[in-house]
Design a protein around this ligand. Structure first.
Ligand code: ATP
Length: 309
C-alpha cells in the first residue's frame, strides 16, 4: 500500500512546522525519517495517520485521501506514537485483546492474533505481566504488537527505539526489518546508525522542509563531490612529500594524518581526482606508496551539513 504525501503544510500560529512537504513511500519499503529536534517528523507522521489535518495539501494511503477517507486509512495503519502510550495497569494479554476489539477484529480470530503478536514481538515470557512491570524494551515491544495486531498494510513508528539499551535496539531493528519486507514502513529517528541499519531509503527533514532523499549511499554521494585520499609513503622526507602533494594540480587541502609516520590526507578540488597524480609522483620520486585509499564521507557529515542552518 503506497503512501503519497502531496505538498502538505502544517502551521502552528505563524510557524510552519511542516512546509510544503512531498514524498512517496512504496509497498515493501522501509523509509527512515531523519531530522534534528523540532524538524517536523512527528507532525508529518501524525498527518499520515490522520491524527491531525494539514493546513494545505493531501496525503493518500492506498489511494484513500486523509480528507475524504480517514477511517479507511486508520484501518490500514499501525501507529507507534513517540511516547508509546500504554495502559500500565493492564496485563499484556488483556491489553492486546482490548486493542484487537477496538480494531473490530472478529471475536473468533482475536486469540490467534494475540498469540501471533506475542510470538512476532517476542513477548512469550512477559505476556501475563502488567505492562507497568515490564522493562522499557518490552513495553516498546507491546507498543509494536498493538500497532501490528490488526495486520495493517502500513506501519508508522515514531522513534521506535528511543530509550532502549543496545541489545534491545538491535532486536527491535531486526523485527522492523522483518516486518518491512511485506509492509510499507515509515520510522523516525535522530540516530543515523539506526536509519542506516534499518531503512531502504532515508529522508532528511530540517525546519519543516525535506533537504535530502535517497539511500545512504546516494546521500553520501550527493554531498561528496570531493575526493579525499588517504596516502601512506614509506620513508622519504616528510616535508618534501607534503609539499609535493600540495603542488599537485588537483589537490586543495593536504594534511598530516599522523605526526609519527608518513601518512597524509589529500582533498581534491570539487569533481576532480588526484589518484593518478599521486601515483605518478611517487613513481617519479622513487617513493614507495603503501596506501592510496579513497575515504568515505560519513553519513554524520552529510546530516550535519544538511541540517546545520
Ligand atoms: P523531535 O525529534 O524533537 O520529536 P520532530 O521532528 O518530531 O521533533 P515535531 O514534533 O513535528 O518535530 O515539531 C515540529 C515543530 O512544530 C516544533 O517546532 C514544535 O515545537 C512545533 N509543534 C509541534 N506540535 C505543536 C503544537 N501542538 N503546538 C505548537 N507547536 C507545535
Amino acid at each position: 500500500m503506497d503512501i503519497v504525501v502531496d505538498h502538505i503544510t502544517k502551521k502552528y500560529g505563524t510557524q510552519r512546522a511542516v512546509d510544503d512537504v512531498s514524498f512517496v513511500v512504496k509497498t515493501g519499503e522501509v523509509l527512515g525519517f531523519l531530522g534534528p529536534n523540532g524538524a517536523g517528523k512527528t507532525t508529518t507522521m501524525k498527518a499520515i495517520t490522520c491524527f491531525l489535518m494539514p493546513n494545505e495539501g493531501d496525503i493518500t494511503v492506498g489511494g484513500h485521501s486523509i480528507h475524504n477517507d480517514p477511517e479507511k486509512i486508520k484501518r490500514n495503519i499501525g501507529y507507534l506514537p513517540e511516547s508509546n502510550p500504554l495502559y500500565r495497569e493492564m496485563p499484556v494479554i488483556d491489553y492486546l485483546k482490548f486493542i484487537a476489539e477496538l480494531h473490530g477484529i472478529e471475536k473468533n480470530k482475536i486469540q490467534a492474533r494475540i498469540l501471533d503478536m506475542v510470538n512476532t514481538c517476542g513477548l512469550e515470557g512477559e505476556k501475563h505481566k502488567k505492562i507497568g512491570e515490564l522493562s522499557k524494551g518490552y513495553q516498546q515491544r507491546v507498543g509494536l504488537a498493538q500497532a501490528l495486531i490488526h495486520d495493517p498494510q502500513v506501519l508508522v513508528l515514531d522513534e521506535p527505539t528511543s530509550g532502549l539499551d543496545p541489545n534491545q535496539i538491535v532486536e527491535i531493528r531486526e523485527l522492523i526489518r522483518e516486518i518491512g519486507k511485506e509492509k510499507t514502513v515509515i520510522l523516525s529517528s535522530h540516530i543515523l546508525a539506526e536509519v542506516e541499519a534499518t531503512c531502504d531509503r532515508i529522508l532528511i527533514i530540517n525546519k519543516g522542509k525535506i533537504v535530502a532523499d535517497g539511500t545512504s549511499g546516494e546521500l553520501r554521494k550527493q554531498s561528496q563531490g570531493r575526493e579525499i585520499l588517504k596516502i601512506s609513503v614509506e620513508e622519504g622526507d616528510k616535508n618534501e612529500i607534503f609539499k609535493a602533494l600540495q603542488d599537485l594540480p588537483n589537490s586543495e587541502i593536504v594534511d598530516f594524518i599522523s605526526k609519527s609516520d608518513h601518512s597524509f590526507e589529500v582533498q581534491s578540488k570539487p569533481n576532480t581526482s588526484s589518484k593518478k597524480d599521486v601515483f605518478n609522483l611517487c613513481v617519479k620520486k622513487g617513493w614507495i606508496l603503501t596506501e592510496l585509499t579513497p575515504t568515505e564521507t560519513k553519513l554524520e557529515d552529510v546530516f550535519r551539513e544538511l541540517t546545520k542552518k
